[in-house]
Write a protein that binds this ligand. Sequence first.
Ligand code: ATP
Ligand code: MG
Ligand code: MG
Ligand code: MG
Length: 465
Amino acid sequence: TIAVIKDVLGGRYAEGSTVTVRGWVRTRRDSKAGISFINVHDGSCFDAVQAVVPSNLPNYSNEVTKLTTGCAVIITGTIAASAGQGQAFEIQATTVEVVGWVEDPDTYPMAPKRHSMEYLREFAHLRPRTNITGAVTRVRHCLAQAVHRFFHERGFYWISTPIITTSDAEGAGELFRVSTLDLMNLPLTDEGKVNFKEDFFGKEAFLTVSGQLNVETYACALSNVYTFGPTFRAENSNTSRHLAEFWMIEPEVAFADLEDVAKLAEDMLKYVFNAVLTERADDMAFFAERIDKEAITRLQHVIDNNFVHMDYTDAVEILKNCGKEFTYPVEWGTDLQSEHERYLAEEHVGAPVILKNYPRDIKAFYMRQNADGKTVAAMDVLAPGIGEIIGGSAREERLDLLDKRLEEMKLPKEEYSWYRDLRRYGTVPHAGFGLGFERLVAYVTGVQNIRDVIPFPRSPKNAEF
Ligand code: ATP
Ligand code: MG
Ligand code: MG
Ligand code: MG
């Protein structure tokens, strides 16, 4: 029987039964008594299984004792209770087949020692072999599955929104252009501007910065929908929480207001935290031991408590009076920086906090205007250690107010005719949010830089691999 290591360690095979495991050597130790202990991992769980190899195997001295970290092996043997502490089972090997040697063990970049995250980033193709990247990968998978499960159980449909788009949803200008034009030989208009009419899509096109405007169209017909896909922003600042390519989860709900989606965000976070604590206890134990000793207790605390809600206006007062010196001063009407967000979550509340009702002048055109004429029904979920992990809002469903906002912000109405149609034909209050998936994974694992929770990070001057 070919067995995965998770099942061997989990006790699926009775003592005395014969199994074959396939994987990579984590460590090898030879005892004086002429046996070798080889730890093999195959990615199925955090732990490696110990294979006990007797010296009477025909390839013992010429192969087994030459195995080094990273070698690929197929080991057959019998399941036995493990004498040492740690695992319940081990394998008494009867054959060890070496499938792939490590060419030069002394220069193998993933030699068994503690590497810095920066070092590992330079080996994005080899770092999946490390304990930490393996654990991150399994947690990331678990979170993605749990997100889909959460929405499915609540009757949401998953909608694929386009990756190539001609609208800049946020108006933030952090766009990557998509074009087939020859940069050295651009078609020009009479005014000497680039003539995008001659480009592939007949107009300027970009990689999406958010699926929101598109997903609203489906919410205004199927009621409960979400997108979960890649998002692109030409972020010029090199921060530990911005990537040029990241994944975003964006639910959109019809007949809903800001409070409804604030509750949805809270329920979703609790659901996925629960999933990761039960399904990936092995990896979470590693994060608690190696990365952040509060990795597990922090999630449990979130699960057990109601989220704190706070008004932007009150938050500004708290920040102004807290006596802390910030790099950027806070005034009503300014957008909060990560230092402010982190202060509120980490020091003021000590848990995630939902900040609501931001000044309308710092927010996107589509956010629903509040009766005070100054603020919009927007929320951010701020997490300790990171700052913003979710941004959401009620959307302006009243056509006259939406049009006024488009005018004030000098956005061309024609470009938004399809978006305006949603308000012309059976408009409903609706609301949604966007959760940055890498920020979620970073929060859950305690990993400091989101470049280390996505397999192949994209950032300025970095699209290697
Ligand atoms: P920030 O203020 O941190 O730049 P934002 O307000 O620009 O974030 P939104 O437009 O609200 O971000 O996007 C929704 C969510 O997507 C954010 O709450 C965050 O979790 C995530 N996000 C935004 N930009 C990035 C990025 N460059 N890399 C990774 N995640 C991001
Ligand atoms: Mg931003
Ligand atoms: Mg923000
Ligand atoms: Mg935001």
